[in-house]
Design a binder for this molecule. Structure first.
Ligand code: HEC
Ligand code: HEC
Length: 221
């Protein structure tokens, strides 16, 4: 009986703990974005690809944070202590500047939480880069919300721009095929609408991969 009560207590603590961690980490990512965009981006780049304006003057290149292997299985705690203790054997170092001396610990932890959000598990892609490219090149027809009602859509005759919020537009598992459509345009690969141009002359493969990851984030109707 006693062990049963203890088990219940333990379980609810775990559940409560998980809930609290979730709420906290959400807030952290937002504050972390502010910290990141005020300082870290100058080297680490807008999307964490290590191509910020200061990066070319550095003695060591910043890592590509869209590669999920950079942080791997390290906990936030391990990363932060690696940044603070530059001689740490286990954590990463920050040879370029002693970042742990520049920032207070809280904003540093927030920035790390944000940096983590820059990668997609198992892929080398950037959802925030995908959003910016989509808003620039695709939203005119497909709409900023992905509903196929961009400002240019009403002037198109024939096949309407695809509605990415429709339940039957499934990206997961079809990434390769969708990439191909974007690459070659619909005229060659799809229903044949000439309005969906080929993008291989305008965008790189990396950019198209980024867009495809972003397409997954549209809310379904
Ligand atoms: C002056 C350029 C510069 C600035 C500014 C900068 N970094 Fe870095 N950062 C680097 C470089 C270069 C590396 C690669 C490792 C090294 O040089 O020791 C790095 C590596 C890292 C890593 C290690 C990744 C790993 O595990 O290998 C983290 C985490 C990191 N930086 C966080 C930050 C945060 C947070 C900020 C802003 C508060 C920041 N950096 C600002 C240049 C910079
Ligand atoms: C000038 C308007 C226009 C622009 C700009 C445009 N599209 Fe399209 N898109 C269309 C139309 C029209 C279709 C429907 C084609 C068809 O069904 O034949 C389409 C279809 C698609 C499809 C096929 C969806 C499916 O069901 O497999 C994808 C993916 C797509 N567009 C992605 C993009 C991306 C990414 C961009 C920006 C890089 C973009 N489109 C820009 C008009 C446009």
């Amino acid at each position: 009986m006693k062990s049963c009560v203890l088990m219940f207590l333990g379980l609810s603590l775990v559940v409560m703990g998980a809930g609290a961690a979730q709420v906290k980490s959400k807030a952290n990512v937002q504050r972390g974005e502010e910290v990141y965009k005020s300082l870290c981006w100058t080297c680490h780049g807008n999307y964490g690809r290590g191509d910020g304006p200061a990066a070319r003057y550095l003695a060591y290149p910043p890592p590509d944070l869209t590669d999920p292997r950079v942080f791997g299985k390290k906990t936030d705690q391990e990363i932060v202590s690696g940044l603070i203790d530059t001689k740490s054997q286990t954590g990463p170092s920050h040879r370029t500047m002693v970042i742990g001396d520049v920032l207070k610990k809280e904003p540093l932890q927030d920035a790390i939480a944000y940096m983590r959000s820059l990668s997609v598990p198992g892929k080398r892609a950037s959802i925030s880069a995908g959003k910016d490219i989509y808003d620039t090149f695709c939203s005119a027809c497909h709409g900023a919300k992905g509903d196929g009602r961009g400002p240019a859509a009403k002037n198109l005759t024939g096949v309407k721009p695809r509605d990415f919020t429709s339940k039957d537009f499934v990206v997961v598992g079809h990434e390769q095929q969708i990439k191909q459509t974007i690459f070659e345009g619909a005229a060659k690969t799809f229903h044949g609408s000439p309005y969906m141009p080929e993008w291989k002359t305008t965008l790189t493969e990396e950019q198209i991969t980024d867009i495809v990851e972003y397409l997954k984030s549209f809310k379904k109707k």
